[in-house]
Design a protein around this ligand. Sequence first.
Ligand code: SF4
Ligand code: SF4
Length: 334
Amino acid sequence: MNSAEVKQKAKDIGFELFGIAPIGPFPEAVFYPKWLESGYAGEMRYLERQKAGRMDPQSVLPGARSVIVCAMNYNTNRPLTGYDRLRAWVSRYAWGEDYHETLHEKLEELSRWIEEFSLHRTRTYVDTGPLLERVYAKYAGVGWFGKNTCIMHVFLGCILTDFELPYDTPVPDRCGTCTRCLEACPTGAIIEPYVLDSRKCISYTTIELRGDIPQADRPGIGHHLFGCDICQDVCPWNRKARYSANPAFQPKEGLFWPEIEKLLDFNEDEWRQLIRGTAMKRAKVKGLLRNLMVVAGNSGAPRLLPRLRKFLSHSDEQVRSHAEWAVNRLQDHD
Ligand code: SF4
Ligand code: SF4
């Protein structure tokens, strides 16, 4: 088996981009512990726990030689138009089937095939294992991470293996003098090029943060119910990106600009139905309700007040306190 056969198999399985990287060390990895020490990971303590594995793949798979990086484009043809203040935003990556599952299945298939025909060992990762996926994507020639710290509109999965394969050429940085993402970030979370303070990022706040959303951060969340795409959507490189026709990544009904009033009327079962099978499960219904209170409070639409007031007696203390904030904010508009 050679690298061309591995790549052909990746293509046959349905990956659109793939490449092979050495396991490092890379200069970017030096940055990672410093980033953690600065507290920029916020409550994402699993990143600290996984530090050793992320820094040294040998500790995960002794004898590891290569990382096979595979990616799928999730950029669907849905322009940003359609916004009005009675609607909320769900990040594009969460519109379709949960990418963890979609990619995991495909990576497992590739992984089993490599093990069977090369007799080498493999470990697969989709955003869950201790690999610095974005660094490997760069060195595998799959994509570069921009000043917004993202690899553009693709889902990444990696296979760590002790199979030594020829490595691809890293992708050069294509940001140049552009600073659009830094300027467009509404919360100043990209504190300098290539450095994200997650604690300020709307994606972190609406998905990872389990506690109360700090009051000072709530207005900046705007209409973002789950995640934020601003720094990706303003990127000139993403404007040129192809659209994916993959049915798995097309928006599930109700997730493209959902109406706030409808969401405020949802019962628990309707919420569960809405997020079933999508990456939104991560925030849980309670977290989404907390976010919804903030989005409704930011809407500037006093007509939401009667619906919002119902949440002042919600069974969950966090939802109640965020509802109180939202009601007070909207009353100021009344
Ligand atoms: S996702 Fe949104 S809040 Fe986070 S860095 Fe990008 S623009 Fe800023
Ligand atoms: S918006 Fe500009 S600076 Fe930001 S990632 Fe894209 S090209 Fe790089």
